[in-house]
Design a protein around this ligand. Structure first.
Ligand code: ADP
Length: 665
């Protein structure tokens, strides 16, 4: 076994690899960018070396620099994690040349599977079933359109070099083909440096089922069963589980064997995933092979009682696979939820910011391997409270993984864990994940890749207005903090009396509603009136952010985190963001937002679709920007006239920058 490895990655996966290395007594070297000087992965490794500025191109993708660091620190192997250099065959070659073991497959296997088009040709030869489509060399627009017409709509265009759900376009009609092709190629060249695309039949209500394979250098190759990753947004996984609901033993063996055949066809070594797209009747087709460890590998670890990073290290060190096919068994059910910094209500737009408050569910048990009962719950995260999610890297905050004897138990544990997860400082998808886990379609395992889109109404219910309990929690947090810091208007004399009792009005605003609270100070608490309701409220106990109230004799507990003027109330599994309108502080301030269209995040303008003085309808696309490797369309909020376009194609814009001046019609 190696004495020391370098981890050429960041975030949760770097921390994940470091945890196993530590358990195995292997020393670790972290590399980091200037943006990550205080990142968790730097803290959890034994050594850390700065490799460059924030943009990945100048740091985490600097193969030469990373190899130099490995040599200088005496690391015998490099674990690339996922993303960044993990599927870069030149990097694998360069490691070998420098005498460093690459903890991954041979460069030739990465090359063979690197292009979705070439991989499909190869799989065709290995008799692995393929989705009908065109994956050849000819990239002429008319030719491709003819092919799409031949395949029959809907057609899916994919960047051949693509990954992570990027560079894909679904086309419903031939007339939309050219525009979609141009946009797909633009995203492909920006994200992957290669604009080659392939076209295939877009399947209706398919499931994404993938097989974990593992091979060693002694000719052994096994499959560690399947993961169902059908629940996706923007073709990117949100929930993953193993085993796949409804999978029969025969189908599992057939898919497992097809995956092993695919791996063997390219001389595979190490951890790999063969992705299939499956029809509801169970028929399945090869999509692609990912030649690395997957984000969702923990669900496989939980049901098989293995540590796949340990397997990777052993295989890279020349050892045999720890288990043979006949020794691998499925035990229980595991589900993973990806916690993202994003705003599900706004089209899953990534969010950036600082984790001002980050409270993860209790009892994190990182126990892996060795045939023990799996820990029921695990969080893999690369961030801590106080850390930032920046626009430079992936917006994933953490992965939560739960295990249960069966799917029902795993689901219940996940639902509970999600209600205990509190984040303040940026938008997260935690509330959305809770609704998803509890939704009828997911809980009854009616799975397919359109689950989220088809269940919009259930997954995005109109926000319920905060009730008296929530408002009382926010109000009491405010009142008791004022008492504690001496700014209580009762004591400072700013309050006013009516019938010799002091009364005060507080105002809290939600996105679509403003709440007035009438507070009457009493000897042992307050009388709080909001909406039609009122109650006697007493503060029974408080520790830092946690409050226990007696509201009309009922015990109500919650956490209230104040972030500037925002009071974040967590209670009964709900997160409510209440904006405190301090009447004194805001007297005279005017509403200034009308007529401006601003950048939702830092990025680059890739297309300007309107000109000065142009009339537009509500919802018309005005401008496209690229941020976090994805395109975002800025559309007209109302009908109106464009007064001025303030940026041109290629311009970098900062978050909040005004992009267009717009006169509402
Ligand atoms: P990436 O490498 O970007 O993850 P994949 O080829 O793995 O791209 O596809 C990602 C997702 O896109 C799949 O999980 C599935 O939801 C959807 N998808 C891919 N191919 C098809 C298809 N032919 N029909 C329907 N959906 C598809």
């Amino acid at each position: 076994m190696f004495n020391k490895i370098l981890i050429a990655n960041r975030g949760e996966i770097a921390c994940r690899v470091a945890a196993t290395a530590r358990r195995m007594g292997v020393k670790t070297v972290a590399v980091y960018s200037e943006a990550d000087a205080h990142a968790k992965h730097v803290a959890v490794c034994d050594e850390a070396v700065l490799i460059g500025p924030a943009p990945a191109k100048e740091s985490y993708l600097r193969a030469d620099k990373i190899i130099e660091v490995a040599l200088a620190t005496g690391a015998q192997a490099i674990h690339p994690g996922y993303g960044f250099l993990s599927e870069n065959s030149e990097f694998a070659h360069a490691c070998a040349k420098a005498g460093i073991a690459f903890i991954g497959p041979p460069a030739s296997a990465i090359e063979a599977m690197g292009s979705k088009s070439a991989a499909k040709s190869l799989m065709e030869k290995a008799r692995v079933p393929l989705v009908p489509g065109y994956h050849g060399e000819n990239q002429d627009a008319d030719f491709l359109q003819n092919e799409a017409d031949r395949i029959g709509y809907p057609v899916l265009l994919k960047a051949s070099a693509g990954g992570g759900g990027k560079g894909m376009r679904v086309i419903e009609h031939s007339k939309d083909f050219k525009e979609a092709l141009a946009s797909c190629k633009r995203e492909a060249i920006n994200s992957f440096g290669d604009d080659k695309v392939l076209a295939e039949k877009y399947l209706q209500r398919p499931r994404h089922i993938e097989i974990q394979v593992f091979a060693d250098t002694h000719g052994n190759c096994v499959y560690l069963f399947e993961r169902d990753c059908s629940v996706q947004r923007r073709h990117q996984k949100v929930l993953e589980e193993a085993p796949a609901p409804g999978m029969t033993a025969e189908r599992r063996a057939a898919m497992g064997e097809a995956a092993v055949a695919a791996a063997k066809a390219v001389g595979y070594v190490g951890a790999g995933t063969v992705e299939f797209i499956a029809n509801q009747d169970g028929s399945f087709y090869f999509m692609e092979m990912n030649t690395r460890l997957q984000v969702e590998h923990p669900v496989t670890e939980m049901i098989t009682g293995t540590d796949l990073v340990e397997w990777q290290l052993r295989v890279a060190a020349g050892e045999k696979l720890p288990l043979q096919q006949s020794e691998l068994k499925i035990h229980g059910h595991a589900i993973e939820a990806r916690v993202y910094a994003e705003n599900p209500e706004k089209g899953f737009l990534p969010s950036i910011g600082t984790l001002r408050h980050n409270r993860t569910p209790a009892a994190v048990n990182f126990e892996l391997g060795g045939g023990r009962e799996p820990a029921a719950f695990r969080i893999d995260s690369g961030v801590r409270e106080g850390d930032s999610i920046s626009p430079f890297y992936d917006p994933m905050i953490a992965k939560m993984i739960v295990w249960g004897q069966d799917r029902k138990e795993a689901l219940a544990r996940m639902a509970q864990a999600l209600t205990q997860y509190q984040i303040v400082g940026l938008s997260s998808n935690i509330g959305f994940l809770s609704r998803l886990i509890l939704s009828r379609a997911f809980s009854t395992a009616e799975l397919d890749t359109g689950l989220i889109e088809r269940n919009q109404a259930e997954l995005f219910p109109p926000a319920a207005a905060a009730g008296l309990h929530t408002l009382a929690l926010a109000g009491v947090a405010l009142l008791s903090s004022e008492q504690a810091d001496g700014s209580d208007p009762w004591q400072s004399g700013q309050g006013w009396r009516m019938n010799s009792q002091m009364q005060r009005a507080l105002q809290f605003a939600e996105e679509h509603q403003t709440h007035q609270l009438q507070v009457t100070y009493l000897a042992d608490g307050w009388q709080i009136k909001a909406g039609g309701a009122q109650a006697h409220v007493r503060l029974a106990a408080t520790t830092q952010h946690d409050l226990v109230l007696q509201i009309a004799g009922q015990t109500v507990s919650g956490t209230v985190v104040r972030d500037g003027e925002h009071f974040h109330v967590f209670s009964q599994g709900q997160h409510t963001d209440l904006h405190y309108n301090d009447a004194l502080a805001h007297a005279g301030e005017a509403e200034a937002e009308g007529g401006r269209l601003t950048a939702p995040m830092p990025g680059k303008i890739v297309a300007v679709l309107v000109g000065k003085a142009q009339e537009v309808k509500k919802g018309d696309a005005l401008l496209i920007m690229e941020a976090m490797k994805m395109e975002h369309t800025i559309s007209a909020p109302h009908a109106g006239v464009i007064e001025e376009v303030l940026y041109a194609v290629g311009d970098q814009v900062t978050e909040g920058a005004q992009l267009l001046a717009f006169q509402q019609g």
